[in-house]
Write a protein of this length. Structure first.
Lengths: 757, 757
């Protein structure tokens, strides 16, 4: 699994703050000059170690056979990684959990009228691609955690299947009650599509890859080019991870052998209607058979047909999905380097190793980079390096079905993580191009500094510089461009969900980062298909594994720097500035909704919609809605201001300390124990409204986006869902969280100021 | 021929001014209360006359056979219309011109490598559509005024074939020198495509209809729906009408039998390279064969292939175009109603009658509405109505090849028109939906008032109200919406070219309007194909001809009101406000170009383009350019201010006169002789730089847009083409024109103020 690379999100990202803590020009944030020199020496030694050839060899091995959860090769890979970690001198072991993981037993999509057509649901062997023929071991194309079902109904095309698409259907007089919907992949977590379909009364859901978004519309298709061929299918989970990720039967606790489990019928994250993914080859006859209104322009994809909405027209479909609902083992490989002076401060680095099929780009490209980091750190240990803090490397299992391995591990170790976690650094996929980084706002400045010290293999600029120039080029406005030029910090977007950071940041409140390279070649074309394999990767992606090396260099350097810093390099000024932006965004959101609804109501009143309804193709007016009330944002504004002031005081104390030449190359300071709680203070243990598993109040996956983050979600989603009393209440909650964060930062500033940090 | 309906142009249109002359609430602008009552009585009688059934019957007759220039049925239709005009009591005759009109002799498009494919270049008969089988009389699919040629070369896809597309090709390393380009229809006058291709060294040009723009991507295709079928081809002229329209051999003079003619080799408006249009069915194998870089996302159309740019790759094409270059007759049918008191003030109303093939939507839907107007006015004459001014109804021939009939007539009658023309009102196509009106800014308020008095047949709102509400709905910004609500005046966009108003407004300076209905059903799907016929129109467009009646009501009312007004209802406040907007747009244009070029230069300097060039698919940086200098806009600003002040004085005098109850129901006032020169004052007899035929300084077809108007073209195009000394010089010219206009309006205000208007 993986997010859309953050690089591609463009203007949706929150911009980084202009003010950042002053970095000593030749030094490192959080290190005294002497300590910085030592750190840089070790980092230089580290960066020389990761090898493209090793990564290629690891990938060849790890992707040789399908290795999904529960498969023999998944278990074998875990053992193989474990052996490597051990061979490099790390203290490694496997942690096993037992999770609900459905695999297909029966799958059928057939058009039953006006003509008959049965979808192939099969990805054929491609000549020249040796692993594409391993049909016996491949998981069939399916959506994991679809409920079982056997349904027949009229077919309705619902575009991306998001709430606004159903509004449009309604205005065109098309209902999905009792219908099977066909949605195209994209613009949301795929699990949102059946959720919204079920909310509107649909009885089944088909999801397909439209060639405009994911096929020949993007470029030449495999094997001529890297893009999705006609029969390629995107597998993937459709669990309602917006409620909680991980094992559906053990929310909030580790899925150990003896864990107390929900019954499957009570597991709320399993879909309410059956779902199956299909290729565009299989989708074409279904879409061509649709009647009903012609779909609006923005709904039209790349199949050579006129897109219709369907409805009670000629096309009827029969959909069957049945799974084997077994408990399966997941094997997390955990390797530890104990901290020399602060063993109870943990820096965690992870990437998953399980795949939907052979999984070269997703996740092995990230996994082999992580392995080379582990090998490099092992080599430094042999040369005498000792990190101040404890470092944990994790090769997660079961990420694809639903972040199973990482979530269960986080839940199992929740108390320890709350006490000890300094940061979590995630990667998942890797390709050619530009560094992307999403993360907790306090980490943006840190990862930007790391990026300045790693070379881009194609341009020989720093990866920081290349990304910065790309951001300038893709800026959407003069103002954005100006901000990008003014700031030393890269754009670091908020974390939604879709990879293994979720448990850390969302459930515990661990400062987190998600990193990788992309933007030139992308794995999208073979994403979650049998063609995401060694042949594809070594023909169309980071074929020389030089971006794999760059990822090792970024990830390993970040881990080392966090493990060794005398004062943890969290950027509270950046955090406060981002928080101010979030608060201001919420106010703008209310204003925009007020304006939009008032305008729409006025247009309804004026008769605009009646006057512009074509009697041959009538559309109804949207319903009039009450204009949202003004909300009392003061608690949020006050909390944000408190945080800004505290952050300024902290930055001053930090700068004074950095300028204090008497401060030597000693061990980490006592203030760190307080600092590492800073991200935890941004949680509220009651969780977000309706989803208590999510406790982090700054950012979370949106209920109707999934992958995409909502900032200050408790307040934002209450506004978006027109729950204004709830919004008022959550403003209080989040305001209090910000005040608590400010108090912590103030305490830390006082400790730094006392010169005994 | 026809413009993209103005309704669809959205934000590109100049907004109407807020201030408009005060209309007496129960009266008519330019009429005393007593005169207004009489006028409204006659208008009511007129509006009851036009009959949908008559229009259907005329269309059935006129479209029964192909009737292009030089065909037997074209001549027969002219005679048939003449007979009708006469039968309704109008003084009618035919004026004949002899024009160069090439027709196909040899046509070939074949892929010669990597495989062989020969384009069919044939629109097949459609079962059920009786006239689609008239192959013997149909003009083959071709682009008129393509030069003869027989060329072979590599194929390059050039998107819409506009200058910026060639910039993109160059940045991707693809040259069109010696190549045959394939461009898709749209976004410009089709003649711009071969012109720009030739400028870049191409040796041939193919133009095709992409199904995303014009085919199944828009809706169901004919005969299931109204859109272009796989084999449908858009015929059309590719003459460089931006230099001058009309007969290529007789620029500036009527193409009478004895006119002095250029040799064909010296005619500058004939293309420089051979051109042929093809269907998307024929285009698909050509585009599928292309190699080279994958085309940028915005270049990709709706064919189920990956769009490539081509270049020196595998695909080579052989193109042959040869024509019979004959002189052919065109027959303009001219009907006159002599003015009772002001016979030397002419109101001209026209629509063409020739078609590319059977031409139901284009132009017969407009022609039959015009005929019902003529019948209605004839009936009023029989009842005793006498217009104050002379009315001329024209059924133009030869519009499709290049506005031949209207242009030659205008050139032949240029001196009379300069002396006498009050206004020209054009129509061309007609469909269901919303009234659209383009026109000279001084006419916007007038046509809006007319539109308030005609009922929309579907909603029973006035056509003014329906259009206003649609404009509010499609507004792109709050500011646009606010302006639309604040103004009584409809959006009336500037006139570019593409229909018979061009000679009037561009060559003489006659205040002009171009009107019609559209936006619900559009003729685009069969535009210039054999399928634009009676069967298509009566199944998919204004099937009950009620919009035909509405067009008759708008056109006829406008003609009557202009012919009878005591003071001509030109709106100089609206004109001045529009002119102020044009001047301000030019200043913003310079500022935007300065900013854009400075930013691009900075990015080149920063290395943005080098850093973001994918080494696997390299792109070069755009060239650095000098930042445009500041221009001295004062002459334009002063001219616009003079005009604003004069217009305000005129409006005050006009209002005082309207409030003067002693002013009775007399004949038109002497001031009109001055007023009708107002639009002429906006010309400069030296013409636009490089194209002396175009003398109107407010608006003209753009050199690289054709259909689309450029406002203050002499200045704007100099800026766009980076000819800054020329821009400075033209600012003087246009400034002087505005001062002359202001002086005329001031004189008129003084005449009105003297109470002896």
């Amino acid at each position: 699994m993986r997010l859309t690379p953050l690089f591609a999100l463009g203007a949706a990202l929150t911009l980084v703050p202009l003010a950042t803590p002053s970095t000593p020009p030749t030094g490192l944030t959080g290190f005294s000059p002497a300590a910085a020199r030592a750190e840089r020496d070790w980092e230089a030694k580290f960066k020389a170690i990761p090898s493209p050839d090793s990564q290629r060899a690891y990938m060849r091995h790890l992707t040789a056979r399908p290795h999904h959860v529960g498969s023999p090769y998944d278990s074998a890979n875990a053992q193989w990684i474990l052996a490597h970690f051990k061979s490099w001198g790390l203290d490694a072991h496997i942690e096993r959990f037992e999770v609900l993981f459905p695999t297909p037993r029966e799958r059928l999509v057939e058009l039953v009228s006006p003509t008959h057509f049965r979808a192939s649901l099969q990805e054929p062997t491609v000549a020249g691609d040796p692993t594409s023929s391993q049909h016996a071991e491949q998981l069939p194309t399916y959506n994991a955690y679809s409920i079982d079902g056997d349904v027949t109904g009229p077919l309705v095309y619902v575009n991306f299947g998001l709430p606004e698409d159903y509004d449009s259907l309604e205005r065109h007089g098309v209902s999905v009650k009792g219908a099977i919907v066909i949605a195209r992949y994209g613009n949301s977590w795929r699990g949102v599509k059946p959720m919204v379909a079920a909310e509107h009364g649909a009885v089944g859901c088909i999801i397909y890859s439209d060639p405009a978004d994911d096929g020949y519309g993007q470029g030449d298709v495999f094997p001529k080019g890297p893009y999705r061929p006609r029969e390629g299918v995107q597998r993937g989970s459709v669990m309602e991870m917006q409620l909680y990720p991980g094992d559906p039967l053990t929310p909030g606790v580790g899925a150990t052998h003896d864990a107390k489990r929900l019954s499957r019928a009570d597991a709320p994250t399993i879909t309410k209607i059956p779902v199956l993914p299909i290729s565009y080859g299989d989708a074409q006859p279904l879409l061509a058979a649709l009647g009903g209104p012609v779909a609006p322009p923005e709904w039209r994809g790349g199949l050579g047909v006129t897109y219709h909405m369907g409805g009670p027209g000629p096309a009827r479909v029969h959909l069957v999905v049945k799974s084997n609902w077994d408990l399966k083992p997941v094997y997390d490989v955990i390797a530890t380097i104990r901290g020399a002076t602060e063993p109870d401060q943990w820096v965690v680095r992870g990437n998953h190793q399980d795949a939907w099929v052979n999984g070269a780009e997703d996740p092995t490209a990230g996994q082999v980079a992580l392995m080379e980091e582990a090998r490099g750190l092992g080599a430094l240990l042999a040369q005498g390096w000792r990190p101040q803090r404890t470092i944990i490397y994790a090769a997660w299992d079961g990420e694809e079905p639903m972040l199973l391995g990482s979530t269960e591990w986080v839940e199992e170790h929740a108390d320890e993580l709350r006490d000890k976690a300094v940061a979590y650094i995630n990667s998942d996929t890797n390709d050619r191009g530009y560094l992307f980084a999403g993360g907790t706002p306090s980490m943006a400045s840190f990862i930007s500094d790391v990026a300045k010290d790693v070379e881009d293999p194609e341009t020989h600029l720093s990866v920081w510089k290349r990304r910065k120039l790309a951001d300038i080029r893709s800026a959407r406005s003069d103002d954005q461009r100006r901000q990008m030029r003014a700031s030393d910090v890269l754009r670091v977007g908020p974390l939604g969900s879709g990879s293994d950071y979720s448990g850390f940041v969302d459930h515990i409140g661990v400062a987190s980062l998600n990193i990788g390279f992309g933007g030139e070649s992308e794995g999208a074309g073979v994403y979650h298909s049998v063609y995401d394999d060694f042949y594809w990767y070594t023909h169309f992606s980071d074929t020389s594994f030089v971006y794999g090396r760059a990822l090792s260099q970024v990830g390993g350097t970040a881990v080392m720097r966090l493990a060794d810093a005398q004062v943890l390099p969290y950027d509270f000024v950046g955090l406060a500035s981002t928080v101010q932006g979030y608060v201001s965004d919420l106010q703008k959101l209310v204003q925009a909704e007020q304006d939009e609804i008032a305008e729409r109501n006025r247009e309804i009143q004026e008769g605009v919609f009646a006057a512009t309804s074509d009697p041959w193709h009538p559309t109804s007016a949207p319903p009039a809605e009450p204009v949202p009330p003004h909300l009392g944002f003061a608690p949020l504004q006050n909390g944000a201001d408190s945080l800004s002031h505290a952050a300024d005081r902290y930055a001053k104390a930090f700068a004074a300390l950095a300028a204090d030449t008497s401060y030597g190359a000693g061990a980490p300071a006592p203030v760190n124990a307080l600092l590492l709680q800073a991200a935890r203070r941004l949680t509220d243990k009651r969780g977000l409204p309706g989803r208590p598993w999510y406790v982090f109040e700054l950012e979370a996956p949106g209920m109707y986006t999934g992958y995409g983050a909502k900032t200050m979600p408790a307040v934002r989603e209450a506004i978006e869902q027109r729950k204004f009393p709830l919004a008022e209440q959550q403003i209080q909650t989040v305001g209090a969280v910000l005040e608590a964060e400010a108090a912590l930062v103030d305490s830390a500033a006082r400790m730094l100021g006392s010169r005994s940090p």
